[in-house]
Design a binder for this molecule. Structure first.
Ligand SMILES: NC(=O)c1ccc[n+]([C@@H]2O[C@H](COP(=O)([O-])OP(=O)(O)OC[C@H]3O[C@@H](n4cnc5c(N)ncnc54)[C@H](OP(=O)(O)O)[C@@H]3O)[C@@H](O)[C@H]2O)c1
Length: 263
């Protein structure tokens, strides 16, 4: 199938490693011009070089913390300056602080809201004028199974991410008339650096090993394993591509059957 992605301009935030990196790599493999973002310059530059070498596509890196109010606009401006427009926006971030209600303070809650909800709002808001002029505009918010099924100790994610699903669905309904599609991927456990960190924290708390915690977590999937980043990226690349032109307002779980409820 031709995904019709050649020469499309894509921005993927939170993309120097993990899920974002895999999605950016997948888009570059399909011939997109790609902008990737992250906070650490060294990691970001290494990711740019790796994607360029592997795909031959044009890739640039834009540094910035998407949870800060004034950064999303700058990232969008730099993307448009580099490539002359924007067709595809994948809004992704890292993770937030852990903790229970008695531990998390007001500032940590506010930071969680800025990271898990407002980064998506601001990126989409500033990208909007450019997406409007694209003939194949598509936005994909990356959320988490936590939005539907709480994950122990991730109270911020469990509480705030559902707002991003509401945002995605609302925008899909409001802006189909502008030719812009909005979807979300709801990933569950996918092998990335963040997951290694979460599992080693659990191993310390439970006095077990990382391997034991990984096995326990993997057993929640009907396949008895976690996803690879490529399995996530294949779905992301299809959803944002013109090949999915009649798909909007979808909150698609890529979770190996980990979510157990019927609806
Ligand atoms: N992997 C999973 O199993 C899974 C499951 C469900 C949901 N998720 C969610 O999906 C997202 C990506 O997860 P991941 O596992 O790929 O994480 P990851 O391996 O930690 O990668 C996160 C990427 O985002 C960048 N980043 C982090 N915070 C950022 C910020 N504030 N502004 C800009 N870039 C930022 C990181 O680079 P820098 O540190 O240099 O900024 C890195 O490139 C997270 O929100 C995570 O909670 C992941």
């Amino acid at each position: 199938m031709d995904l019709k992605l050649k020469n499309k301009i894509a921005l993927v935030t939170g993309a120097s490693t993990g899920l974002g990196y895999a999605a950016a790599l997948g888009l570059a493999k399909e011939g997109c011009k790609v902008v990737i973002n992250g906070r650490n310059e060294k990691t970001l530059n290494a990711a740019v070089e790796k994607i360029q070498n592997e795909t031959g596509s044009q890739v640039i890196g834009v540094i910035g913390d998407v949870s800060l109010p004034d950064v999303p606009e700058k990232i969008i401006q730099q993307t448009v300056q580099a490539f002359g427009g924007l067709d595809i926006l994948i809004t992704n971030t890292g993770g937030s602080a852990h903790g229970s209600i008695d531990v998390l303070n007001e500032e940590e809650w506010q930071k969680g809201i800025d990271l898990y909800l407002m980064s998506h709002v601001r990126l989409i808001k500033f990208a909007f004028p450019y997406l409007r002029t694209s003939d194949s505009a598509s936005v994909l918010t990356i959320t988490s199974i936590a939005a539907k099924q709480p994950i122990p100790s991730l109270l911020l994610s469990n509480s705030i991410r559902a707002g991003t699903l509401g945002l995605t669905k609302s925008l899909a309904l409001d802006h189909g008339k502008d030719g812009i599609r909005f979807n979300s991927i709801i990933p569950s456990w996918t092998i990335t650096e963040r997951v290694a960190e979460l599992l080693s924290a659990r191993a310390t708390a439970n006095n077990s090993t990382l391997e034991e915690e990984a096995k326990k977590q993997a057993s929640e999937s009907v396949f008895g394993r976690m996803a690879s980043t490529e399995e996530f990226a294949n779905v992301a690349v299809f959803l944002v591509s013109p090949a999915a032109s009649y798909v909007t307002g979808v909150m698609l779980s890529v979770d190996g059957g980990s979510y157990k409820a019927t609806i």
